[in-house]
Design a protein around this ligand. Structure first.
Ligand SMILES: *Cc1c(COP(=O)(O)O)cnc(C)c1O
Length: 376
């Protein structure tokens, strides 16, 4: 059986996790957390980064930081994971969904401005498959209208847009270290990226249950107490230790994924040229991270048959994201602005092929053969 995913593992995670267990300090912000955060601050050229228990938690922190109030509107694609919307829904915001571009499956930047009202507070671009959204256009729109940009870069670690790391362009950004992503902190984990220094101090407070405990540890105040709203947004040191094992080998993981991705592309290109399937488009100014390899079948019906065929060949391929605007909660909490030209139809065609750090060419070939057989 070829699984869809295997969590990344490089070899050093185990010894680091054990070291964290034996340190008598397993709660957050120990030495491994500091190492990870320093690594990210350099890698992303960001004034501050904070490890979180998940990308969901990082997005929730972002929604608090930009002070989302009931009735505020937040613009985002409908083709995304539920957390993109939930983080803002929890603060009472209304979701305004706009269509995606069929070439990258990212928010169509040309449809954003028409969705802005006097209630709009933020734009949340999602870098699907680790391919950057049109950030120059999005940042210019945000500036014109005085809006915040929170990048859902859950899938975007090690990717860049015009040479700038994804997650480091908006006011705030978020990565995920869930085990299905390119790097994991042991199953669950995330990172809040603070690019606008205004948010540095308050972010620490929100993450520490609304207390100024971080300032206390730095000797800036003589006792700590409740100063703001907040929650438990601090991950365990065990998660940071696991993640450190992966950050040390970040390039190795990235290069291996890119090679595997390229192998699929080379072998499936003939099917695409023959017009049987469609493959992803990578804008020239975007460096991706091979987060996912997807193909598009003709329609929903063909996709179901292809998935069945792969399953019969012991291959677990998947699709995802029922568009949020047509989901039960989405109908209550938001609306689709403009025409749904691509969100529904393109989401129904997409299949993600098995891809993980360490997948062998023999395993990939088995998948490729099964896809070719289906279309023969
Ligand atoms: C995975 C993912 C999330 C959620 O990440 P968690 O770390 O599981 O909370 C959010 N948004 C997108 C686009 C994702 O792919």
């Amino acid at each position: 059986m070829i699984p869809f995913n295997k969590p990344p593992y490089t070899g050093n995670e185990q010894q680091y996790v054990i070291a964290a267990m034996q340190s008598n300090n397993m709660s957050g912000d120990g030495p491994f957390s500091k190492k990870c955060q320093t690594w990210f601050e350099q890698q992303l050229d960001a004034p501050k980064t904070l490890l979180t228990p998940s990308c969901t938690a990082a997005l929730e922190m972002a929604a608090i930081l930009i002070d989302i109030q009931p009735g505020d509107e937040v613009i985002m694609p409908s083709y995304t994971f539920v957390s993109t919307a939930n983080a803002f829904a929890l603060r009472g915001a209304k979701m305004v969904f706009v269509d995606i571009r069929p070439d990258t499956m990212n928010i169509d930047e040309t449809k954003i401005e028409a969705a802005i009202t006097d209630k709009t507070k933020a734009i949340v671009p999602v870098h699907y498959a680790g391919v950057g959204c049109e950030m120059d256009t999005i940042m210019a729109i945000a500036e014109r209208h005085g809006l915040f940009v929170v990048e859902d870069a859950a899938q975007g670690m090690m990717s860049s847009y015009k040479g700038r790391a994804l997650g480091s362009i908006g006011h705030l950004g978020a990565f995920s270290f869930h085990e299905t992503k390119n790097y994991t902190s042991g199953g669950e984990g995330g990172l809040l990226i603070i690019n606008d220094s205004r948010f540095k101090e308050r972010a620490e407070i929100i993450r520490e249950k609304g207390t100024n405990r971080s300032q206390f540890f730095r000797g800036m105040v003589d006792k700590y107490s409740w100063v703001d709203i907040g929650s438990s947004f601090l991950p365990s040191e065990l998660q940071a230790a696991y993640l450190w094992g992966q950050l040390e080998k970040a390039d190795e993981i990235n290069n291996a994924r890119l090679s595997a991705w390229q192998y699929y592309l080379n072998k499936l290109a003939p099917l695409a040229q023959a017009g049987k399937i469609q493959l992803a488009t990578l804008p020239e100014h975007c460096q991706h991270n091979a987060h996912m390899f997807y193909l598009k079948a003709a329609d929903l019906d063909e996709r179901s048959q292809l998935l069945d065929h792969l399953k019969k060949n012991d291959i677990l391929a998947v699709f995802h994201y029922v568009p949020l605007h047509s989901a039960r909660a989405g109908l209550q909490l938001g609306y689709f602005n403009g025409e749904d030209n691509y969100t529904t139809t393109e989401s129904e065609r997409l299949i993600r092929l098995p891809l993980w750090f360490g997948i062998s060419q023999a395993e990939q070939q088995q998948v490729i053969d099964a896809v070719n057989e289906f279309y023969a």
